[in-house]
Design a protein around this ligand. Sequence first.
Ligand code: FCB
Length: 481
Amino acid sequence: MTSTRTSGRTFPAGFLWGSATASYQIEGAVAEDGRGPSIWDTFSATPGKVLNGDTGAVADDHYHRVTEDVATMKALGLQAYRFSIAWPRIQPTGSGAVNQKGVDFYSRLVDQLIDAGIAPVATLYHWDLPQALEDAGGWPARDTAHRFADYAAEMARALGDRISLWTTLNEPWCSAYLGYASGVHAPGRTDAAASLAAVHHLNLGHGLAGSAIRAELGETTPVSITLNLHVMYPEDPTSEADLDQVRRADAVANRAFLNPLLDGYYPDDLLADTAHLTDWSFVQDGDTDAIRIPIDLLGVNYYATQKVRRYAGDGPRQQADGHKASAGSPWVGADDLEFVEVPGPYTAMGWNIDPQGLVDLLGSLHASYPDQPLVITENGAAFADEVSADGRVHDADRVAYLHDHIDAVGQALEAGVDVRGYFVWSLLDNFEWAWGYDRRFGIVRVDYDTLERTWKDSAYWYRELLRTGSVPPVEIAPTLG
Ligand code: FCB
């Protein structure tokens, strides 16, 4: 039995609707037009790192299908498109002279977007670090932050005022902790101390890059950063021990970024919790000022929530935090942290579906930073889509997920939170990092044999939302418990 639900909510005029992708996940053409290797090329070519041995070598072949993909965006009615620039296309070894063919690719993309009436939102770093920079130390090395700022300045010169919003980094939590502590993402290191140095150099890279862009294009140039803030609840809200684990996890996952970025300091409890790993002497005089540049928008990526408690020390510790099993923990300094299974329903990632978590997150950000405008830069869901006999993809679960999370954004707006836009993740099915092509997040399906694109029901639904500005009704899928 299906039933219909509708919030009927209408969004304010000027609220920006878009969709997001990332370079390594969609482009392919990894050895074309002078692109250098990135850490994801190396990592995905290493046996056992990515499910089914998948790599981004072809991905969605977006590099050769830009025109078709921009036409899809236009037909959807997107007002903005959030894409990322592959640093190794611009500087194949991460520094020095610019590879003009790489610049030309993004320049053409941006021109096509503008012709289609779509605002280009450019992320400078969505995880594809030039391999040469990793070989020189990667994000744990301070020099990488300076190289990043140089690259940002080159892009500002190349694309200039055609970019509506610059985003320095996507989810530095993943770059630092999944890349250098748990090792489930490239470059696959498992060194907790190095991951904390990476945190700082990513933060520093953000500040230096943002300042470099504004030095090129003017102080009023819109700059943002996108974080994946973790929404964590204690298993027992009356337990001091559980609450202390929430505090630790919040320090290492959220405040390690929010405090330097928006307040100009690293929190004392984070320094204390990690003192056995590092003395944080990589934070030099002036760094926190360099990091805390004004940001026009804080990008929020939201998927799910987590419930935690203190590990009691008997039996295997649960690590149900939605990431692949790993040698190291990304929860650096939170050694007694345990994840408790959260109630379903779940997506194909095993992530729980909890739109209230988004209401809570936006509310708490607004409470801490009332003057900081926010934007949802990613939200969406993977499901095991099937092509039906009619040739369509009836992804009712995804439509319901989008409906409920967009409604959550509406609730936050109504409560006075300053949210300026929403970008669905993702425009296309794509290379989902350690899960390869096995997890599909697109509102448009990609057939990985033919590379043909097919609109899923969620794409039609989203088009209707964009056309009318109000949330269309949704048939509740019987599969969602
Ligand atoms: C986010 C990433 C994005 C995508 C989604 C599912 O962490 O930014 O590239 O993989 O998760």
